[in-house]
Write a protein that binds this ligand. Structure first.
Ligand code: G6P
Ligand code: MN
Length: 436
């Protein structure tokens, strides 16, 4: 049976990649209707023009709806792919630049920038989940709205029974990098990985084709040869160079998620230009590309390569949908309530671990081993600060927000925590709930 999918945050530059991937898998994932839902009318209609072009070019016969109305967007849909970004790139730029002004890490999902984004995201995301619960109670929400640990924690509290799968493509990105750098085939991997979102470690990388754990040799290769970052933009190349440092110096037995550098190698993160951050890079590339593409389509110019085909983002999300529809039990790294999966971590943690996906939804694996103190301690501090932020949101509490900011591992003292919190309250305005 063909599906109706709603892309929430339809105006995002990731939308074409998701759709093109879906079209590639049309046998397993047939679509009858695509709805683009966004609160930004201009971006949504720009993307509508691109999607309309693609659907026609591929002769799909799929119906397209472009809407800013949640009732029209969600009523009767089967899947919601959510990638909303409240405040767009303009606010991402502030999230990155405000902490940098104080000499602290400025990153969209980590440190205080991630907290600023988290407060914005929770407000819109929870409202949207409310709409989905009302208009499409049977739909699956496949969510990759950031910052995902914070979003997942807030959803766990307000909508404990909603049909949501929280997924992040970063581990896929890492595995693809191993593939490209050292010649592995990531489809052969059965990984053992644990952490919070953008905050975790591979403990093992079992390679089915070799019948053994290849993580020790992967670590040696990273130390001796380094990653191949030749086709990356400067900011991502820098990220993976610092990841090499982490492997060499602080995590000799594990492969860390690259995002951990923001908590352990702040000095390296601060080497980047504070006046031209990743938000600027994205505005000058991905966002500009959307405008250029729309202009070309309007002038009836043929687009040979639209450049969106190779996104791991889209592949991940479509494969999850297929695993649900066909009860495939494929494994993915997903963000789920701990409930004993990591035995020496609190039950109500929201953790990222390997899970199987089938017609019932997510079946998390149980790790059944205790994690080392270094990882546990870092995770507990991070989790507590995130939980405080979620408390601050629900209780509208300035005090809790300040505690969250002060506890964040990128923050050296409460004086600067308070200054940055006050500046973020000002910069975010109505994007945040009022804190009393
Ligand atoms: C990875 C992360 C995402 C994040 C993205 C940022 O894919 O897993 O959570 O949103 O990187 O990419 P960008 O190109 O926007 O800097
Ligand atoms: Mn992510």
């Amino acid at each position: 049976m063909a599906n109706t999918i709603t892309v929430a945050g339809g105006g995002s530059g990731h939308t074409p990649g998701i759709l093109l991937t879906a079209l590639k898998f049309k046998e397993d994932f047939p679509i009858k209707e695509v709805r683009l839902y966004d609160i930004d009318e201009e971006r949504n209609s720009d993307m509508g023009i691109i999607v309309d072009y693609l659907l026609k070019k591929h002769n799909t016969g799929i119906k397209l709806v472009v809407t800013e109305d949640p009732e029209e967007a969600f009523t009767g849909c089967d899947f919601v792919f959510s990638q909303i970004r409240t405040g767009g790139m303009e606010m991402r730029e502030k999230d990155e630049k405000i902490p940098l002004k104080y000499g602290l890490v400025g990153q969209e999902t980590c440190g205080l920038g991630g907290f600023s984004y988290g407060m914005r995201s929770m407000k819109d995301f929870l409202e949207m989940v409310g709409f989905i619960e009302k208009y499409a109670p049977d739909a699956w929400i496949l969510n990759y709205t950031n910052p995902e640990s914070i979003i997942s924690e807030s959803v766990r509290r307000q909508f404990p029974n909603i049909k949501i799968i929280n997924a992040c493509d970063m581990t896929i990105g890492i595995e693809e990098l191993l593939e490209n750098s050292f010649g592995y085939d990531r489809r052969n991997f059965i990984p053992q990985y644990y952490g919070l979102n953008h905050f975790g470690w591979y403990k093992e990388l079992y390679d089915v084709s070799r019948g053994k754990d290849v993580l020790p040799e992967v670590i040696e290769k990273i130390k001796n040869e380094g990653f191949d970052v030749s086709d990356m933009v400067p900011s991502w190349a820098h990220t993976y160079r610092v990841m090499e440092e982490m492997v060499k110096n602080i995590f000799p037995d594990h492969l860390p998620n690259n995002y951990l550098q923001y908590y352990l190698y702040e000095d390296k993160a601060l080497e980047e230009d504070p006046n031209y951050t990743r938000a600027n890079e994205v505005m000058d590339s991905r966002l500009k590309e959307i405008k250029d593409t729309v202009a070309k389509i309007k002038e009836n110019r043929e687009l040979d390569t639209i450049g969106y085909e190779s996104e791991s983002h889209g592949l991940y999300i479509i494969q999850i949908a297929i695993s649900i529809l066909h009860n495939k039990n494929d494994h993915f790294m997903l963000i789920v309530p701990n409930k004993g999966a990591i035995p020496n971590l609190r039950e109500d943690a929201v953790v990222e671990i390997p899970c199987y996906v089938n017609a019932r939804g997510v079946e998390p694996t149980s790790l059944r081993y205790d994690i080392p103190d270094l990882h546990k301690g870092m995770m507990e501090a991070q989790m507590a600060s995130e939980k405080l932020l979620v408390d601050a949101f629900f209780e509208q509490s300035y005090q809790k927000a300040l505690e969250a900011f002060a506890l964040n591992q990128t923050v050296p003292n409460a004086t600067v925590a308070k200054k940055i919190l006050d500046e973020f309250i000002e910069a975010n305005g109505d994007y945040w709930v009022d804190l009393k």
